[in-house]
Design a protein around this ligand. Structure first.
Ligand code: ADP
Ligand code: ZN
Ligand code: ZN
Length: 722
């Protein structure tokens, strides 16, 4: 047998090419395996793409140095998935493959866990000097919870050195793991499914039926999460793996708790806030085929599962499934392809399905399960449009809205006020000279944040101290205009001084654990007022909220982005869906200047399928996605002229063969962080044609010498087209 002499290696670099290395005589390599290779003066971790490549004549290649482990970090099926995604999204293979590795393995660390250690005391009383407070506290902690692990102790603020010190004094010793005592409430039986839920459950596929895609359209509060639990409980075999994708794990700790309650330790999580050690540990469980149920964000779909038998994508419409930079994949769409590769079912669930999925269901490509009743005693909320054109407003809130809030609080219930911008006010304006404070680096205005007296750009990291007077004419008539969460919080605090107000936006939830604390407070059930942004629309179950007020619904009605109306309606329906989830009926007040707009009228009916059909017929007449695939080619440079020139030069290479190219046009925010941005929009009759043309152009651009500061990217199936 002649040995393959050469391996083709992918590196974690934004390069559309692979690198050949010689395989030393005593080394065996398989595709997907990690290797270390010399690269210039560095030693890098690489992944084997293929072996047995014919060696080129007369070139002496450097040899592979080592194989950190004898097995492929990426098994064949995962490798295939990533290779497909690399081609589909036009992103370099190396970077795609490396997204499936935990950070520790990307950095070349060994694929083994530092075994956790567990501790117990050796004596009842520790003879420690009176000054050794921390060691005594550590001893007492171990005494109180025998079998506690090193990581749990570190979590409580003890250091490894302190643990070692006690061990050396023989006051504590290592023990084999003692399983943590299970909460008696754990594994509580699921509630009995309602007849509507039972009918829906009957439509779910079996995990052994092969590939199918199912869209679960279930209105907010209809018990979709309960159905997922039931489905996994009844259809997933004990030896198999399952994946549950969620948009943002930290926003919905309740969902995680519900899964843990039914499945205990079988639940593992994957998201970016985990430590490198936690990620490696979870990754190894997945890769070694432990029968886990993984709850994770977007990138979880790329992990090397062994024995994955079903995928659930919760809130499948959520735009955070699409990565916004680098490898711009859609976690939802990759999930569908993955199910196809694994020959297993995928369930997409939402109260406001994406138009893509709704279209697929109507075309019969996905099966559709409808769940149009709320679970338990809850009823859908009553929606009312409040025309604010000629009403006096107090910081954006109309009299009827304030009265409704007052009545809700008086009944001992909770109200939620939705504002679509964080900060105090979207702009500061001079009422004498008309000056507006703009970001010096972007074509946007600065948002006023009064809590820390700052003006901030929400598009770059620029910020400056807020001034009291107009920077242009020094007038004191320099005032905030419009509504942000901080301002609404202030006005409500003035109106309802005895009610606790909880603000939920990116600013108030930055610290780790703060969202958990907020949710705990809300769910304690005391009357309170919630004020917040989109974050409040995401999957929360607030049983005590009976009133939702939308301060202004008009944002997405007249946007240039063709997805804006869909996203606006989804957000409004989701936030409305927070009302009346418990036993008491809910009410939603939507303030608008366009109460006769057809979309808002349909929204009031609460009939999402009708809205989806309406929006789809608009997409069809414009021949926009999902009727034709779309991609963007974006360029950014030091000047707008440079960006436009690059795109102008490329345009002819893309046109023709059923591909329409629009532009180049400056992006809506043409200058962001001092970079000038423009784009070409491509739509095509054929996905294949579009893919081939884009590949061709990417290769061409890779080989073209561009000015150092010019960048370009391709975005396939873009979520934001502005
Ligand atoms: P969704 O995910 O569709 O928003 P959830 O699964 O969160 O809905 O259910 C909404 C509420 O109804 C939750 O508080 C849940 O515990 C409750 N619920 C769901 N199914 C049932 C049921 N069959 N019986 C009683 N309560 C239920
Ligand atoms: Zn002025
Ligand atoms: Zn800026």
């Amino acid at each position: 047998m002649t040995r393959p002499a050469i391996a083709r290696i992918a590196l974690n670099r934004p390069l559309r090419r692979l690198f050949d290395y010689r395989i030393p005589d005593n080394m065996e390599l398989v595709p997907g395996q990690r290797v270390t290779v010399p690269f210039g003066r560095q030693i890098l971790t690489g992944l084997v793409v293929e072996t047995g490549v014919t060696p080129p004549q007369g070139i002496s290649l450097k040899a592979v140095l080592e194989t950190p482990e004898p097995w492929p970090a990426l098994p064949e099926n995962t490798f295939q998935l990533l290779a497909w995604a690399s081609d589909y999204y036009q992103h370099p293979l190396g970077e795609c493959l490396f997204t499936a590795l935990p950070p520790a393995l990307r950095k070349g660390r060994p694929a083994t866990e530092k075994e956790n250690e567990y501790w117990d005391r050796t004596t009842d009383e520790a003879a420690l000097p009176a000054t050794a407070h921390r060691q005594r506290a550590l001893f007492n902690t171990i005494k109180d919870s025998p079998g506690i692990s090193t990581s749990a102790l570190v979590h409580r603020g003890f250091s490894r050195a302190q643990i070692r010190a006690l061990e050396q004094k023989e006051l504590i010793r290592q023990v084999t793991a003692i399983a943590e005592p299970k909460d008696p409430a754990a594994y509580s039986p699921a509630p009995e499914l309602s007849p509507a839920q039972q009918a829906a459950a009957a439509g779910f596929p079996d995990c052994t039926d092969g590939f199918s895609a199912t869209l679960l359209y279930g209105i907010t509060g209809s018990g979709k999460t309960e159905l997922y639990l039931h489905y996994l409980k009844t259809r997933l075999q004990e030896r198999d793996q399952a994946l549950v994708l969620v948009p943002e794990i930290n926003l919905t700790p309740q969902t995680l708790a519900r899964f843990r309650r039914y499945f205990g330790d079988r639940i593992v999580v994957w998201h970016s806030a985990l430590s490198d050690g936690e990620r490696l540990s979870t990754w190894l469980k997945i890769r070694t085929g432990e029968p886990v149920i993984l709850i994770g964000t977007r990138s979880a779909v790329l992990l090397p599962f062994i024995g994955l038998r079903t995928i659930i994508v919760d809130e499948e419409h959520d735009s955070s499934y699409k990565q916004g930079d680098g490898f711009r994949y859609s976690g939802r769409d990759v999930a569908v392809y993955r199910a196809h590769l694994n020959q297993c079912p995928v369930i997409l669930g939402s109260a406001t399905p994406s138009l893509e999925s709704w279209h697929n269901a109507q075309q019969g490509k996905y099966r559709l399960i409808r769940l149009e009743e709320r679970a338990g005693n809850a009823r859908p909320p009553a929606l009312e449009l409040l025309d604010i054109r000629s009403r006096p407003l107090e910081a954006g809130l109309s009299r009827p809205a304030l009265t409704a809030i007052k009545e809700t609080l008086e009944r001992g219930e909770q109200a939620l006020v939705f504002v679509n911008r964080r900060g105090f006010a979207p702009v500061m304006m001079c009422f004498d000279c008309g000056h507006l404070e703009e970001c010096p680096r972007c074509d946007t205005r600065l948002t006023y944040h009064r809590r820390d007296r700052a003006m901030r750009c929400h598009h770059c990291d620029f910020q400056k101290a807020a001034s009291q007077t107009c920077p242009k004419c020094q007038s004191e008539n320099f005032k905030p205009v419009g509504q942000g969460t901080e301002r609404t919080e202030d006005i409500l605090a003035g109106q309802f001084p005895d009610t606790p107000i909880v603000r939920v936006d990116r600013d108030s939830t930055q610290r780790k654990g703060s969202i958990q604390a907020i949710l705990k407070k809300v769910n304690s059930g005391e009357p309170c007022l919630l004020v917040g942004t989109q974050m409040l629309a995401k999957g929360h179950d607030f049983p005590r909220v009976t009133l939702v007020v939308v301060v202004n619904a008009d944002g997405g009605l007249f946007s240039v982005d063709f997805r804006a109306p869909e996203q606006m309606i989804q957000t409004l329906m989701q936030v409305s869906g927070r009302a009346g989830r418990g036993d008491k009926p809910g009410k939603v007040l939507i303030q608008t200047c366009h109460s006769d707009h057809p979309l808002l009228l349909s929204l009031r009916e609460g009939n999402y399928p009708r809205i989806a059909d309406q929006l789809l017929s608009e997409r069809q007449s414009g021949q926009l996605p999902p009727y034709r695939p779309m991609a963007l080619l974006r360029a950014e440079a030091d000047t707008m002229q440079a960006s436009l020139q690059l795109l102008d030069a490329i345009k002819p290479m893309l046109q023709g063969s059923g591909i329409e190219v629009w532009g180049p046009l400056p992006a809506v925010i043409a200058r962001k962080a001092d970079r000038h941005r423009a784009q070409l929009v491509l739509v095509s009759d054929s996905r294949g044609q579009l893919n081939r043309r884009l590949s061709h152009v990417c290769q061409h651009l890779d080989q073209t010498r561009l000015p150092a500061s010019t960048r370009w990217v391709v975005d396939v199936d873009p979520q934001e087209t502005g």
